[in-house]
Design a protein around this ligand. Structure first.
Ligand SMILES: C[S@@+](CC[C@H](N)C(=O)[O-])C[C@H]1O[C@@H](n2cnc3c(N)ncnc32)[C@H](O)[C@@H]1O
Length: 264
């Protein structure tokens, strides 16, 4: 399997040609609920989940970003169906994170609140081997005394505890969508791109430099670009020739010539 390449084919084809346990991480967003046309392609989630399970290393993860459509006032819950399909395939549902949009597209949502998030499932093949948590500084660094309550009252212990200086982020992540989500104007020729920061945060968390990252629905190439800039190897599938061309044009300035290739 050639690295640094977007295979212009159905990802089921790409997955079936991969060695078992090749991938450290997949980050992707499927074409759910026919929400957008994407040149008319569909996908069978069970087959993709099994293919990803076979191709993922023990301890590797799949970050699956997905939302639901509301049809006749009723949410499809496709995202939940996907989660069950990944469980059936052998993955653990390691974390159900939320990708919240700071600036969701305004829409008339009737008698419900404005829809502003998607699920960001972390499916893992066993316990994840890599976890580099993103952290927030904690402002007040306090020293506090350790004590034990005994029969004669409070008994201070000899050593003080230092409060931690930082803490792990919560699992709801907020990002801008639309034109502020990437500086690459060409990316917006695709109807549904990832915010680059989302991909960066997830790749940093679950991989180390040199690891291999896959996107089975590469679209405009956000995963390829970000993985490359973070020193990870990458590979992708994208069924639409038009989007492969778009992705290759987008990422070309960021890659060395010999590392770029698409297939026809
Ligand atoms: C939600 S978009 C992904 C966008 C991407 N995350 C980005 O940042 O640009 C889904 C993409 O999957 C592609 N696609 C749909 N079915 C596919 C399949 N079976 N195999 C590979 N790609 C597929 C569509 O053409 C579309 O570009």
């Amino acid at each position: 399997m050639e690295l640094y390449r977007i295979y212009q084919e159905n990802c089921i084809e790409t997955l079936s040609n991969m060695d078992e346990g090749l991938l450290d991480m997949t980050i992707t967003s499927p074409p759910y609920d026919d929400l957008r046309e994407y040149n008319g392609y569909h996908f069978p989630v069970e087959e993709i989940a099994s293919g990803l399970f076979r191709a993922t290393k023990q301890g590797g993860v799949v970050i699956w970003v997905v939302g639901d459509r509301t049809v006749n006032g009723d949410e499809t819950l496709s995202s939940f169906k996907h989660a069950f399909a990944f469980k059936e395939a052998g993955f653990r549902v390691h974390d159900t994170m939320i990708y919240a949009k700071n600036n969701p597209i305004p829409s008339d949502c009737g008698k419900r609140y404005r829809q502003c998030f998607e699920y960001m499932f972390c499916f893992s093949k066993g316990q994840p081997v890599t976890f580099n948590p993103l952290t927030l500084p904690i402002k007040q660094e306090k020293k506090f005394k350790s004590f034990r309550i005994t029969k004669i009252g409070r008994n201070d212990l000899a050593h003080d505890h230092i409060a931690p200086k930082e803490r792990k982020l919560n699992n709801i992540f907020f990002y801008n969508v639309g034109t502020s989500s990437s500086k690459d104007k060409i990316a917006f020729d695709h109807p549904a791109i990832f915010p680059e920061q989302l991909v960066e945060d997830q790749i940093r968390t679950w991989t180390n430099p040199g690891d291999l990252v896959y996107d089975c629905f590469m679209g405009s190439g956000t995963t390829a670009k970000t993985a490359h800039l973070l020193g990870r190897k990458w590979i992708g599938s994208e069924i639409s020739a038009e989007y492969v061309r778009l992705a290759l044009s987008r990422i070309a300035p960021y890659l060395q010539e010999e590392r770029i290739s698409g297939t026809g």
